[in-house]
Write a protein that binds this ligand. Structure first.
Ligand SMILES: Cc1ncc(COP(=O)(O)O)c(C=O)c1O
Length: 408
């Protein structure tokens, strides 16, 4: 891991300049300074893809991908137990059924064996997640997908410029989704992008994201119907059902500026992770997420697991914060344990006629369990890597070492 000295601003000078360019241009219905188009073109190219479709967030991106792939009523979408709610909620948004696969005990990314077990004739898609910034084992997942004719949507909200066996993460599934939400490697507050290679899928995803306007395509910045068509009183605008997930040009301006320093932003996180790793060298009861040979971790967070059951997670955090540590997060609840899921199962059982597409097929999420992740999740600490300054990162690592010594 790299650990060269750095101190970088939260928002780049370039982002400010692009924002000014948008403000100078003003806001018009149908013309823009072309910043969104440029970001779509350049982002897609960086990940070796033909099309990039900006979205208002990295949830809509996955919903559009599912819609573009024709995933809908009664279909099943396999997602990992260790992810955020949104990886699974997008399946519900298209009236499909999220099915949870367990994780690998060391990398905590989706378990290929469990995906294989969970495939049924109803399965239509898999959403493997680069959790904490680490790629899942994508080759066997793609192989399974080919065998069963499934679409693979990489959820890389937490992974920018990670690598999997020599390939940049985001270049492998039929689609890859990224988020520009405030905590992410590159951010414009909120935003996201979906990338892919297939022109037809890109066009359908664009229409899903931009109100189903008839003329739109996956081409860079193609989000507006030409005026000569749209002015006409007989023009049929909406040929498909689409949502409004457009990213404002002003947000795209910030995102373009941040994209242009993406390497630096990723290296900053990797350097912070290297500092934290050093602090753990002499500790045998805190183990990091395993990065397999041939993978490059992009360290959205430096996630570790406490092995000692006599150390209370909350007490460890309290001591860390007391010493000046930047409060880390635990891992999110296994998604199926979020109350919304059993609530939906209950609703479907109670009112099957209101949920004909789920009646008899939606699992009772209360009974879902992924034993590997269920046993690890309570002991995970997601340590922060967004230090923006090497000195701050080193200080945090020292505080971690001191906190460990309090419990040793
Ligand atoms: C793994 C993962 N997937 C999806 C999302 C959704 O992204 P957004 O918040 O931009 O909708 C996030 C982040 O918030 C995430 O961490």
């Amino acid at each position: 891991m790299i650990k060269t000295s750095f101190s970088i601003p939260r928002v780049s000078e370039q982002a400010r300049q692009y924002v000014n360019a948008v403000l100078d241009f003003g806001f018009h219905n149908g013309s823009s300074p072309g910043i969104s188009a440029r970001l779509e073109r350049e982002f897609a190219a960086k990940f070796g893809r033909k099309f990039g479709i900006l979205h208002a967030n990295g949830t809509g991106t996955m919903q559009s991908a599912l819609m573009a792939a024709g995933v809908g009523v009664g279909d099943e979408v396999i997602v990992p137990a260790y992810t955020v709610f949104m990886t699974a909620s997008v399946a519900l948004y298209v009236n499909a059924v999220p099915i949870f696969a367990d994780v690998d005990p060391e990398t905590w990314t989706i378990s290929v064996e469990d995906v294989r077990r969970k495939i049924t004739p109803r399965t239509k898609a898999i959403i493997p997640v680069s959790i904490c910034g680490l790629s899942p084992d994508l080759d066997p997942i793609m192989e399974l997908a080919r065998e069963h004719d499934l679409v693979v949507i990489e959820d890389n909200a937490q992974c920018f410029l990670g690598y999997y066996k020599g390939r940049v993460v985001g270049s492998i599934g039929q689609f890859a989704s990224f988020s520009f939400q405030g905590s992410k490697h590159m951010t414009c507050g909120d935003g996201g992008i979906l990338i892919c290679d297939n022109e037809e899928l890109a066009t359908r995803a664009r229409k899903a994201a931009v109100l189903g306007f008839s003329t739109l395509s996956g081409k860079p910045g193609d989000t507006v119907v030409p005026q000569e068509l749209r002015c006409h009183p007989t023009f049929q605008r909406h040929t498909d059902l689409g949502y409004n997930y457009r990213l404002p040009e002003i947000a795209a301006a910030v995102a373009l500026g941040e994209f242009e320093r993406l390497e630096e932003l990723v290296q900053m996180r990797q350097a912070a992770a290297a500092c934290l790793a050093e602090a753990l060298l002499d500790c045998d009861w805190i183990v990091p997420q395993k990065t397999p040979e041939g993978y490059v971790h992009s360290y959205f967070t430096y996630a570790v697991r406490m092995l000692r059951k006599d150390v209370d997670w909350a007490e460890f955090r309290r001591q860390f914060v007391k010493l000046g540590g930047d409060g880390f997060y635990g891992a999110y609840l296994p998604v199926y344990r979020e109350p919304v899921f059993p609530k939906l199962s209950d609703q479907v059982k109670k009112y099957p006629k209101r949920y004909p597409h789920y009646a008899g097929i939606l699992p009772d999420y209360r009974e879902v369990s992924c034993p590997v992740w269920d046993s690890i999740q309570p002991y995970v600490m997601q340590l922060k890597t967004n230090s923006f300054d090497l000195e701050v990162a080193e200080q945090q690592a020292e505080i971690l070492a001191k906190t460990i010594s309090l419990f040793s």
